[in-house]
Design a protein around this ligand. Structure first.
Ligand code: ADP
Length: 633
């Protein structure tokens, strides 16, 4: 029989499993049971509309058969099964791994991969040296056997199987110094694992348990009577099967919630928050929602799909129902179970369903309140959450023309230049001195850089705080928000910071008037590069700064430039020159000397410097280098 090679990525993942130093090898059982449960779900769902399934709901089960002598563990299900093709595609390749650069040396990255991916079926090879899968697909009268020892590849041959479903046999590894593999062939070891990881699987997980009973004491037994021990075997259901969302929060431990989450949503980490929700009356439902503590590996890819699992009275009807979650809470995972939703409801009808809308509304409110409470009572956790998902909330404000801004603005945090930590807008506004009219913000690619922008320093110098923005979406978000508690946002790079006192304003006006000729000469030298050249009385140490006027800021120009089709978008730049700086005196002198060539040279150097300070590139590097050199001559 021909041995087939695994696809390259699968081979790497397999090597990883086989040689794994991952200590949590026991999760293989949860993975296989979940697969079995999914397969049963599929057949059961089919059975709702297809009479030929012929299994009554009560007969669906997952069966575990450990065998100490043979050193095997068998996992059987009467689910949908797999055809020959499905065995090959499902077990011979790993679909999700394509984009991954697997590391196969034994490092902590390996553990991350195992954790992040939930690894599925291949985790069998952490505990087994050989695995066989015999499966018969629903609707097929043939069965096939897939077999592999991991490294060499796998083989497929025809097999016998009277019932539809799948039977997996693990040939358990020998014990090593570090790992006791015996426990995976032991009924009590297995029982513990099922309780720990798979208690809420909705189908009975059955195992033949043998108990020894002492024989009953006969009435006439004397003092020296000792009982005989009798063995008695029976099939027992190991899992409690009650869906966790039907249980009271007070009667469920954190650990149980965490396990449920990790089992069902392929996350290695505990969730940051667990939310339970329910409704009675207009719509009847129970929901359990989780806020993950880390960004899922595919979160910012187009493969990521938002949605909550939707159940109708305990039967799953949709794995990811989008209509239950607003986009800006797309990171939330969970389950909603409602007796008001019909089993056979179509996607289209769901969208218009009144009850679905009600549930979505309640769920949104619940999530918002939970996030607010985290923000208030557990700032550290919120900051971790923010790192993972803050962008989504900011996009939420920006999208749909800002209709959701009232829901979301309380949840925003930005880095405060003064307090050197993340603060809410409310905290910013509460700390504003009386004289301060605006909420100032500065944008750059890092907090350090934003803090050092000339105009940021000018604002801070007036003892006004500046929010330091570092994400592409920030300015767009604040532009849509426009105001918070009646205070308008002001970009420190947006010109006219209104920092001057009345007297200073007058002085500035006079200075502008006085230097009119000089400024317009500089403007002429720079041409279209800038819209205007101004003097500034608020700049401190820097000779120049670049600001902008109009809807597109300098930072936005950078963002838009990186998006296709936005090449021509430019901000209207204003060159501000510090009138108190010695450079300004030099400019004045040059103009007074009538040396217009030199003035043009100075103008171009200052302009390029202002660009550099703003994090823009020099427009004409060669001309700039020449200009600087000509000054040194
Ligand atoms: P995942 O479950 O995350 O998709 P796995 O590697 O665990 O990844 O399984 C790959 C696929 O093999 C599953 O998606 C499913 O289609 C199929 N499969 C695995 N186990 C079974 C089973 N017991 N019965 C039917 N199909 C199965």
């Amino acid at each position: 029989m021909a041995v087939k090679q695994f696809k390259a990525e699968s081979q790497k993942l397999l090597d990883l499993m086989i040689n794994s130093i991952y200590t949590n090898k026991e999760i293989f059982l949860r993975e296989l049971i979940s697969n079995a449960s999914d397969a049963v779900d599929k057949l059961r769902f089919k059975g709702l509309t297809d009479e030929s399934v012929g299994i009554s709901s009560d007969d669906f089960a997952i069966t575990l058969i450990p065998d100490k002598e043979a050193r095997t563990l068998r996992i059987l299900d009467n689910g949908i099964g797999m055809t020959k093709d499905e065995l090959e595609t499902n077990l011979g390749t790993i679909a999700r791994s394509g984009s991954l650069d697997f590391k196969t040396n034994n490092t902590s990255e390996e553990i991350d991969i195992i954790g992040q991916f939930g690894v599925g079926f291949y985790s069998s090879f952490m505990v087994a040296s050989r695995v066989t899968v015999v499966s018969r697909a629903f609707g097929s009268d043939e069965a096939w056997k897939w077999e592999s020892e991991g490294t060499e590849g796998y083989s497929i041959e025809e097999a016998e199987k009277s019932e539809v479903g799948t039977e997996i046999t693990l040939y358990i590894k020998e014990n090593t110094e570090n790992e006791n593999y015996d426990r995976f062939t032991d009924v009590y070891g297995i029982q513990t694992l099922v309780k720990k990881y798979s208690d809420y699987i909705r189908y009975p997980i059955k195992m033949l348990m043998t108990h020894t009973h002492p024989s009953p004491k006969p009435d006439d037994a004397g003092d020296d009577w000792t009982p005989e021990y009798e063995e008695h075997s029976e099939w027992e259901t190991l899992n409690s099967m009650i869906p966790i969302w039907k249980r009271k929060k007070s009667e469920t431990s954190d650990e149980e919630y965490n396990e449920f989450y990790k089992n069902n949503f392929y996350d290695y980490n505990d969730p940051a928050r667990v939310i339970t929700a329910s409704g009675e009356g207009a719509v009847n439902y129970n929901a359990i929602l989780f806020i993950p503590s880390n960004t899922p590996y595919d979160f910012y890819t187009k493969e990521f799909k938002k949605g909550l699992a939707l159940y109708s009275s305990g039967v799953m009807i949709m794995e990811k129902c989008e209509d239950l979650l607003p986009d800006y809470f797309n990171f939330v995972r969970g389950v909603v179970d409602s007796s008001d939703i019909s089993l056979n409801i179509s996607r289209e009808l769901l969208q218009q369903n009144h009850q679905v809308r009600l549930m979505k509304k309640n769920i949104e409110k619940k999530i918002k309140n939970e996030l607010l409470s985290m923000l208030k009572n557990d700032r550290e956790k919120y900051e971790t959450f923010w790192k993972s998902f803050g962008r989504v909330l900011k996009f939420g404000i920006y999208s749909d023309y800002g209709v959701h801004k009232d829901v979301l603005s309380d949840l925003l945090v930005f880095y405060s230049a003064k307090q050197e930590k993340l603060i809410t807008l409310d905290e910013y506004v509460s700390a504003m001195p009386e004289a301060q009219k605006y909420i100032y913000f500065a944008s750059a690619e890092s907090v350090e850089r934003a803090a050092k922008l000339p105009n940021t320093e000018a604002v801070l110098d007036h003892d006004f705080d500046v929010l330091l923005c570092t994400e592409d979406v920030d300015e767009f978000c604040l532009q849509v928000l426009r105001q918070f508690k009646e205070k308008s946002f002001k970009n420190v790079g947006g010109g006219n910071l209104e920092l001057e006192s009345e007297a200073e304003k007058e002085a500035a006006k006079a200075a502008a008037e006085e230097n009119k000729g000089l400024l317009s000469a500089i403007k002429d030298a720079l041409g279209d590069k800038v819209k205007e050249v101004r003097t500034s009385s608020v700049l401190k140490d820097h000779p120049v700064a670049l600001s902008s006027e109009g809807p597109v800021s300098v930072e936005m120009e950078k963002v838009l430039k990186n998006m296709p089709g936005n090449d021509g978008v430019k901000s209207e730049k204003i060159l501000e020159i510090n009138e108190n700086h010695s450079v300004f005196a030099a400019l004045k002198q040059t103009a007074a000397d009538g040396n217009s060539e030199k003035l043009a040279l100075y103008a171009s150097i200052l302009y390029e410097q202002a660009r550099l300070i703003e994090g823009l590139t020099v427009e004409d590097p060669i001309a700039y280098a020449k200009a600087v050199c000509s000054l040194m001559k």
